[in-house]
Design a protein. Structure first.
Length: 422
């Protein structure tokens, strides 16, 4: 007798907010697709039964903020499957690694060969994300080609889902708001979202408009944007973010939300529990969540021969640590967000906000068998940000494994964090 399913996940807590599911369900997979969501214990046959008792079963996690243009972006770009399927993440969105010039290489050497599903938010800058952002002179208005960037995006709609730009203090001190004007024009002409980094990235120049007020940046940028554009890093510890120097959320953030703009956490090494508490208490709840791991904040070897003309300690995002999308979810839980909302932030919300194919982000029957299984541990866990602030969490999520189109990948990435008990 032919088994009903190729794989049956049994005994777990299944959470799929796109379908309104949160409870005791078994999941049947066949031919790389979801074949059934069954009440726990429903009799069924399968070639392989996987016992996931005590674990969470959710749609394949989608990381909104990855940096995986390995080698081309120097120390900055990580290996995609290390951040992806080997960390329990089935889909990655690279933020600003490829540009209109390097997109063909990104397709050939990242999108095609990796086991993780990878999309791109194309850099507004010709240089893309080469060597992170150690060299601010490469990101000035003269280094943006609006026509070429729009053309590249429209010619590659299967992988390009939007654009990446930076609205931050060091750039504004050098060339003002012009790069943001160009970036907004790119996004309007291509009718795709623009993802905007907030929070200081580059040191102030020795010469130039050093009197720029970080608290004016949001007010200069938001009027340039359209509904659907994405404001990143609401919880940044650096000046120029959502929280002003008086410790209050800028009023224009609420105006932006009313106009249909979206917010993505983009965790990274600049994430601050203190800033998060202020924003959340003010009612600013992000729509989506990304890990923002890269070679400056993740413990991986630097490529041989990498330029070292700048000290890593001078880089504003420096701070080697271990974290992942699952640990970013743990941080959101510790800040008081409910599990269903946090799951939504890494699944169906991402599909809607970032313009991904609607078949992702859910375990609905007939959809790809992209599944993430998470350990769900209870206790007291010491959670720290790069400011040294500690928060005690009572729930810890760790990736166990994922399935991409029904194929299993264990979460064995070397970059996964080890969290200590409080």
């Amino acid at each position: 007798m032919t088994p009903e399913f190729d794989t049956l996940l049994t005994g777990g807590q299944l959470v799929d907010t796109a379908q309104g599911l949160d409870g005791a369900y078994d999941l049947g997979l066949r031919a790389g697709r979801v074949a059934a969501v069954l009440p726990r214990g429903t009799p069924a046959s399968a070639r392989e039964r996987i016992d996931v008792r005590g674990q969470l079963v959710i749609p394949g996690m989608i990381d909104t903020h990855a940096h995986v243009f390995q080698h081309v972006t120097g120390r900055f770009g990580l290996e995609a499957d290390l951040c992806g399927v080997r960390s329990g993440v089935t889909t990655l969105i690279d933020q600003g690694g490829p540009s209109c010039m390097t997109l063909p290489a990104f397709r050939e050497y990242v999108v095609k060969p990796k086991q993780t599903r990878v999309y791109a938010y194309l850099s507004a800058y010709l240089v893309g994300g080469m060597e992170g952002h150690y060299y601010p002179s490469l990101y000035k208005p003269d280094c943006v080609d609006v026509d070429a960037t729009v053309k590249a995006a429209l010619a590659n709609p299967d992988i390009v889902k939007g654009f990446k730009a930076h609205a931050e203090l060091g750039g504004f001190a050098r060339w003002g708001v012009e790069v943001m004007r160009q970036s907004a024009e790119i996004a309007r002409r291509a009718a795709l979202p623009l993802y905007i980094h907030f929070g200081q990235l580059w040191p102030l120049p020795e010469q130039g408009a050093n009197g720029i007020d970080a608290d004016t940046i949001l007010a200069q940028v938001v009027p340039l944007l359209k509904a659907g554009d994405i404001l990143a890093h609401p919880f940044t510890r650096h000046p120029g973010g959502f929280v002003n120097r008086a410790g209050q959320v800028h009023a224009i953030v609420r105006e932006a939300l009313e106009r249909g703009l979206k917010i993505d956490v983009g965790h990274g090494s600049h994430f601050s529990y203190a800033m998060a508490r202020i924003a959340l208490d003010a009612g600013i709840v992000p729509h989506t969540l990304g890990a923002d791991m890269h070679g400056y904040n993740t413990t991986v070897p630097a490529p041989a021969g990498t330029p070292d003309t700048h000290s890593d300690a001078e880089h504003l995002f420096f701070g080697q640590q271990r974290f992942s999308l699952a640990s970013a979810m743990t941080a959101m839980l510790a800040l008081g967000l409910p599990l269903t909302q946090v799951v939504r932030m890494v699944t169906c919300n991402v599909v809607e906000v970032f313009g991904l194919p609607p078949e992702l982000g859910t375990l609905a029957v007939g959809h790809p068998a992209d599944v993430t299984v998470l350990h769900d541990e209870r206790g007291r866990w010491a959670l720290r940000d790069n400011e040294g602030t500690q928060l005690v969490g009572e729930r810890l999520l760790r990736p166990a494994f994922c399935l991409r189109d029904g194929r299993r990948f264990d979460a064995d990435a070397s970059i996964l964090p080890r969290v200590s008990a409080a």
